[in-house]
Design a protein around this ligand. Structure first.
Ligand code: MF3
Ligand code: CO
Ligand code: CO
Length: 261
């Protein structure tokens, strides 16, 4: 069941989206070799609370921390830990979801640790971001979920990478994950029709090697099956009653570097 939102409800979702985006702006200044993923968690937790939000991941289906931190071959849902230090050359996804006034705003970005980044890691990160915006470009009333998936999959594969199948984007609102599911692969013209009032995420995970993933014994951490790198970017989007598409989780800083696709 898809919960459509009024324009007033979409406006009410802006606060959560803006806080999540602001947190990711601030996380950029924190990322350097030697910090731990727990340092990122503590920052996200405290900044969220200090600004009137609730960190949605904390205790969500038993997730133990306030943010997901996914390094290199970790595809998603990495659990922050005092034992995991960022090192020169790592690529890391930080996935923040804040709740304000009962509404969720979900967004993630990639960061480079230090400046000594492998060319393939840079390319993968850029391709994943471009995939997100190619997906966003498909969003309009009357389009289909398959149009989004196809735009993402065809570009990622043309660049020599693969698209994760096991995790998808999702409707979002007063709950973290709602219908519809937004697969990042698919066929044009297929799948659920997009209509005014839909609010959902697009969050492609793009792998260097095979698309398959496996979940570690902690029950959360998803890694690539072949140990190759993985990159992900995520936004929360809304389709207003006018048909206008708005990105609820894009900061001014991020708009200024938005890729042209
Ligand atoms: N933010 C993730 C998403 O994009 C979900 C994380 S669930 C958690 O859907 F429990 F791991 F936080
Ligand atoms: Co999401
Ligand atoms: Co997310």
């Amino acid at each position: 069941m898809i919960v459509l939102k009024t324009d007033a409800e979409i406006d009410a979702m802006r606060a959560a989206g803006a806080l999540s985006a602001e947190i990711l702006d601030k996380v950029e200044d924190l990322i350097k070799p030697g910090i731990t993923t727990l340092d990122i968690d503590v920052f996200v937790h405290e900044y969220t609370i200090r600004n009137g939000g609730i960190p949605a991941p904390l205790n969500y289906r038993g997730f133990p921390k306030s943010v997901c931190t996914s390094i290199n071959e970790v595809v998603c849902h990495g659990i922050p830990s005092s034992k995991v230090k960022l090192k020169e050359g790592d690529i890391i996804n930080v996935d923040v979801t804040s709740i304000i006034d009962g509404y969720f705003g979900d967004t993630s970005r990639m960061y480079f640790v230090g400046s000594n980044i492998l060319p393939v890691a840079r390319k993968l990160t850029e391709v994943a971001r471009s995939c997100l915006f190619r997906g966003i470009k498909q969003v309009k009333p009357g389009a289909r979920v398959g149009d989004i998936g196809h735009a993402i999959q065809s570009y990622a594969e043309k660049q020599g990478f693969s698209v994760v199948r096991e995790f998808v984007g999702h409707g979002i609102g007063r709950t973290f994950h709602e219908d519809p599911q937004i697969a990042h692969y698919g066929q044009p013209g297929k799948g659920t029709k997009l209509v005014e009032g839909m609010v959902f995420t697009i969050e492609p995970m793009v792998n260097q090697g095979h698309w398959k993933t496996k979940v570690l014994k902690d029950g959360w951490t998803a890694i690539t099956i072949d140990g190759g790198l993985s990159a992900q970017w995520e936004h929360t989007l809304a389709i207003k009653s006018t048909g206008e598409v708005v990105i609820l989780t894009e900061s001014a800083k991020e708009i200024s570097t938005r890729p042209v696709v």
